[in-house]
Write a protein that binds this ligand. Structure first.
Ligand code: ATP
Ligand code: MG
Length: 268
């Protein structure tokens, strides 16, 4: 059964799309069956996987409004994972969903049909708390929060945690934080170091050990329509996302082991 992760932060430009695309590629390379969902009308994740955003292409939009199904919309990328693409049309979902029943749960319900076919479903959310993000959060098991270690990031995080609390209370009681990911990290900055330590102090184990460095190859790869491991595998950016994928897989194994131990404990 797939683990469904929403890559989210209402703050713009923090590395959500870079994380979603590159993590999808690294998990796929590790043998995982991965579906990446582009939930942003900007369609950056779609282009980042080398898929051209044609208007005629069925996208997440048609799925949300019930005019297409996931099997009819999903694409195979050149990088070993599947993609539900997006384009500008998705911006219209905000208005179109208003009149539809169960509008917060459209994506969650659509995913039921394919959940068993994947190990990971990653959603690249837009930089806003709109109906698209709400659909993502209602469908997710966990959220992954990329953030830059700068002063305003901590303020934004307070808002995000409050939002998650509301989502849990109203839409998805099981929603948890999977982890906070430090992105575009520049270890030479004192402020970065300070914010990073504060994060660890506040969120403890929820902060991934893996830190994604600021690396120009990560910014260049999307213009070639490739995840960084297919563009410059030796780059520090590629190494960062390979390590993140491994950390996720290790955590998953640890959780399973803990689950087995707990069951064994009950059985004794
Ligand atoms: P939005 O909120 O607009 O969706 P986002 O949170 O998805 O943005 P990205 O698009 O992933 O953020 O990243 C913003 C910009 O920073 C992009 O130009 C991207 O290529 C660049 N970038 C992301 N991560 C890194 C990094 N680790 N090093 C250097 N550049 C990066
Ligand atoms: Mg983005």
């Amino acid at each position: 059964m797939a683990k469904i992760l929403a890559v989210t932060n209402q703050k713009g430009g923090v590395g959500k799309t870079t994380t979603a695309v590159n993590l999808a590629a690294c998990l796929a390379e590790a043998g995982q069956r991965v579906l990446l969902i582009d939930l942003d009308p900007q369609g950056n994740a779609t282009t980042g996987c080398g898929v051209v955003k044609r208007e005629a292409l069925p996208t997440v939009y048609q799925i949300l409004i019930g005019r297409s199904t996931i099997p009819d919309t999903v694409l195979q990328t050149d990088f070993g994972f599947h993609l539900l693409p997006a384009n500008r049309e998705l911006a219209g979902a905000e208005v179109d969903l208003i009149s539809l029943e169960q509008r917060e749960y459209r994506l969650r319900d659509a995913l039921k049909e394919v959940r068993a076919d994947f190990d990971f479903i990653l959603m690249d959310c837009p930089p806003a708390l709109n109906m698209l993000t709400v659909n993502g959060l209602a469908a997710a098991d966990r959220v992954m929060i990329p953030m830059q270690c700068e002063y305003y990031a901590l303020e934004g995080l307070t808002d995000l945690v409050a939002t998650l609390r509301k989502v849990r209370a109203n839409l998805n009681p099981a929603l948890e934080i999977e982890g906070l990911l430090r992105t575009m990290f520049d270890p030479r900055s004192t402020l970065t170091q300070q914010v990073s330590r504060e994060l660890e102090g506040h969120f403890g184990d929820k902060v991934y050990k893996t830190i994604i460095p600021r690396n120009v190859r990560l910014a260049e790869a999307p213009s070639y329509g490739k995840p960084v491991i297919a563009f410059d595998r030796g780059s520090r950016g590629a190494q960062g996302y390979l390590l993140l994928a491994q950390e996720l897989l290790d955590r998953r194994t640890d959780n399973k082991a803990a689950g087995v131990a707990a069951v064994a404990g009950v059985a004794q």
